[in-house]
Design a protein around this ligand. Structure first.
Ligand SMILES: *[C@@H]1O[C@H](CO)[C@@H](O)[C@H](O)[C@H]1NC(C)=O
Ligand SMILES: *[C@@H]1O[C@H](CO)[C@@H](O)[C@H](O)[C@H]1NC(C)=O
Ligand SMILES: *[C@@H]1O[C@H](CO)[C@@H](O)[C@H](O)[C@H]1NC(C)=O
Length: 299
């Protein structure tokens, strides 16, 4: 009833299917979506009053995600539920209601960005609502078929300094070096990308490290570490082959992107996208030494 009233108010000539969102998905080939909604007990919720707008990934969208990620999700019901709730907003939304770009809070509590795109919508800049099959109005909301599964943004809880400090298996030497260089505080605020060498990256330098109490040692530590810090947050997928990233030290880092992964100068990114409240950390397997400091640091 409520949806019909809204339809009358907005006065568009839509078709209307007198079933619930759940029933529509079940009867129209959304086999994977319906099955995972059912496993997590959400089909009942989506048969309720609404109104709901569900951005409904097709079976092909689930296939494109790959069996690995799907199995990971299915084996973790809480994560799966989170992902599914991220596809639903508690309101009635059809394509003509969006112009420009709007943020909407989904049922998992996180926002999605919905942008107008021709006769259609684009969600979070990644997933397109099917322009030939959208605005499917049912008796408790709207179904908007989409071509990709939406993944909720990962919420960061630690700043860069905390990520490095709290990881006591990989970044012990880096944290010590940051302490010696008096740079820990600097990484608690601002917005940076940090290429973080893991402990094994420090090993080749251990035998001839400059005595931290010797004159100029702190400056040297600072300059080497600042060569690992780039202003602004850059996720791995924002790095481009051939790009130069200007560092706080001054000299740039060379980015190489191959099918096997990302290189920063000659260091491999071995764990990308550790998200911080003030940027992003990428673990690398080598210490980066700026060319203007090669001699003193390598002994
Ligand atoms: C949905 O889940 C219930 C158990 O919770 C099961 O009995 C039913 O067969 C499932 N339906 C489909 C279509 O998978
Ligand atoms: C989406 O794309 C627009 C324009 O390209 C950009 O300004 C915006 O930051 C992007 N948003 C996200 C969430 O990536
Ligand atoms: C970065 O690439 C430039 C060429 O664009 C090269 O001259 C320079 O030596 C490279 N720097 C490092 C540290 O590999």
């Amino acid at each position: 009833m409520r949806v019909l009233a809204i339809l009358l108010v907005i006065g568009f000539a839509y078709g209307f299917d007198d079933v619930t969102v759940s029933e529509y998905l079940q009867n129209n080939g959304y086999t994977t979506l319906y099955s995972v909604l059912n496993t997590t007990g959400l089909t009942a919720a989506l048969a309720g009053d609404g109104p709901f707008t569900i951005f409904a990934p097709t079976d092909a969208a689930f296939q494109a995600l790959g069996t690995g990620p799907i199995n990971d999700l299915v084996s973790n019901p809480d994560a799966l539920k989170d992902v599914l709730l991220y596809h639903v907003i508690p309101e009635f939304l059809v394509v003509p209601m969006v112009s420009g770009s709007v943020a909407k809070t989904t049922l998992n509590g996180q926002d999605m960005t919905i942008g107008a795109s021709g006769n259609s919508l684009v969600i979070n800049n990644v997933s397109l609502v099917d322009p030939t099959n959208n605005d499917i109005i049912v008796n408790n909301g709207v179904v908007q078929p989409i071509d990709k599964v939406l993944l909720p943004p990962v919420m960061a809880t630690n700043n860069i300094a905390q990520i490095i400090l709290l990881d006591d298996t990989r970044f012990k030497d880096l944290f010590l070096a940051l302490l010696l260089a008096d740079l820990v505080k600097a990484l608690e605020t601002g917005e940076y990308t940090v290429f973080a060498p893991v402990d094994s990256a420090f090993a080749p330098f251990k035998d001839n490290l400059l005595d931290p109490s010797s004159p100029g040692a702190q400056t040297l530590y600072q300059e080497v570490l600042k060569y690992h810090v780039v202003p602004g947050a850059r996720r791995a997928n924002q790095l481009r082959d051939g790009q130069k990233l200007f560092t706080l030290h001054g000299l740039p880092l060379n980015v190489t992107v191959t099918t096997r992964g990302v290189l920063i100068n000659n260091a491999n990114v071995i764990d990308a996208d550790l998200l911080a409240t003030n940027g992003v950390v990428h673990a690398i397997d080598r210490l980066l030494v700026p060319s203007d400091l090669q001699t003193p640091t390598s002994g």
